[in-house]
Design a protein around this ligand. Sequence first.
Ligand SMILES: *[C@@H]1O[C@H](CO)[C@@H](O)[C@H](O)[C@H]1NC(C)=O
Ligand SMILES: *[C@@H]1O[C@H](CO)[C@@H](O)[C@H](O)[C@H]1NC(C)=O
Ligand SMILES: *[C@@H]1O[C@H](CO)[C@@H](O)[C@H](O)[C@H]1NC(C)=O
Ligand SMILES: *[C@@H]1O[C@H](CO)[C@@H](O)[C@H](O)[C@H]1NC(C)=O
Length: 376
Amino acid sequence: MGEGNSLPEGAQPPDTVAQGSRDETSPWEPCYLLRNMIGKSRWKILAVVALFLVMAWYSISREDSFYFPVQMEGLKCPQGEVEKKAAQLIGNYSRDQPTFLQLKDFFWIQKTSTYQLPYGVRGSEDVLLRVLAITNYAMPESIQNPILGIGFQLDARLKCLRCVVVGNGHRLKNSSLGNTIDKYDVVIRLNNAPVVGYEGDVGSKTTMRLFYPESAHFSPKVQNNPDTLLVLVPFKAIDFHWIETILRDKNRVLKGFWKQPPLIWDVNPKQVRILNPFFMEVTAAKLLSLPIRPSRKIKQKPTTGLLAITLALHLCDLVHIAGFGYPDSSNKKQTIHYYEQITLKSMSASEHNVSHEALAIKRMLEIGAIKNLTYF
Ligand SMILES: *[C@@H]1O[C@H](CO)[C@@H](O)[C@H](O)[C@H]1NC(C)=O
Ligand SMILES: *[C@@H]1O[C@H](CO)[C@@H](O)[C@H](O)[C@H]1NC(C)=O
Ligand SMILES: *[C@@H]1O[C@H](CO)[C@@H](O)[C@H](O)[C@H]1NC(C)=O
Ligand SMILES: *[C@@H]1O[C@H](CO)[C@@H](O)[C@H](O)[C@H]1NC(C)=O
């Protein structure tokens, strides 16, 4: 990933070589001054040193507790495994792509994308620029892919980013997986899936939530944590217009959505990210073998769920999934989500082919790229 600033540039040890000492007793001699200062404010210096030590200890212990929050039985970090398996699935795939779109990649550049949304941003650059100017692209320090940081190799071995993608499937009901889910370093949730009232089965931690306007929860502050990254998955140009008008309180766009998105959406713009359409392209072209052509109306698109798995393969050292899978198509009465009473019938008009996606997920399970926490 290109984002982030892992190396403290130009960090050099302070010049510790004494500049010579002709006359030890001269009051203007640097050493004398220093000793004098130390004598006068010894306690202050000791206090500063003590404070520094406490801070260093705190940041180290925090770092540890983040990457190894709780010992999960039998969960060793398979460093590099997921990346290898992803390459197996996705061809000569590299992790260099930025996860989120950033202003600097679009500001001076005329043509950046071969494809239109949802596989690229061709033709939507102007509104995208305005959106990127008010949102953010930074990956939190705690998630940053440690593998790329040159000079951080030693550190990288200690770190292990364990991720769980929580689908919205009915199989989470009565699963009691909440505690387990909350133990992962990164919890990725989808669309408007609620946590309030379902904590025992789905947990309450949300590191990232992937959504698009029609699937945005109407109470984002209630269903997310204050530091949750709200990751917009752009499907069409008005998705950018929607987020722009919401965040800048401009006249709302009302037409062009297949379902009414929120008109007031109380979030901190700095928590909003725009997912790189590269992931949508990879999911469609490589995982689902869908035809992708520039300037063509797209008939079939990946679901946010499969997209989230692709994203996790890109970011994480370990990818587990929970709440994925749909009931058998013969099972007409079975509800498909853990939080609402809709059946497979409601999916029939969608642009998703869930049985096709199920085959892709099965393949990922088979080669061990991902692991399922609920029956798939
Ligand atoms: C994959 O390999 C081909 C041929 O070596 C190259 O043209 C292409 O850019 C590569 N793609 C990626 C994503 O690295
Ligand atoms: C979940 O548990 C409740 C209460 O025990 C029960 O009524 C319900 O049928 C269960 N649902 C599923 C899907 O197992
Ligand atoms: C959906 O995917 C299945 C399995 O790959 C395939 O047999 C079926 O033809 C697909 N349906 C459509 C409408 O593309
Ligand atoms: C994962 O799915 C397989 C079926 O595909 C199932 O046999 C297995 O029990 C599932 N694992 C868990 C933990 O539910």
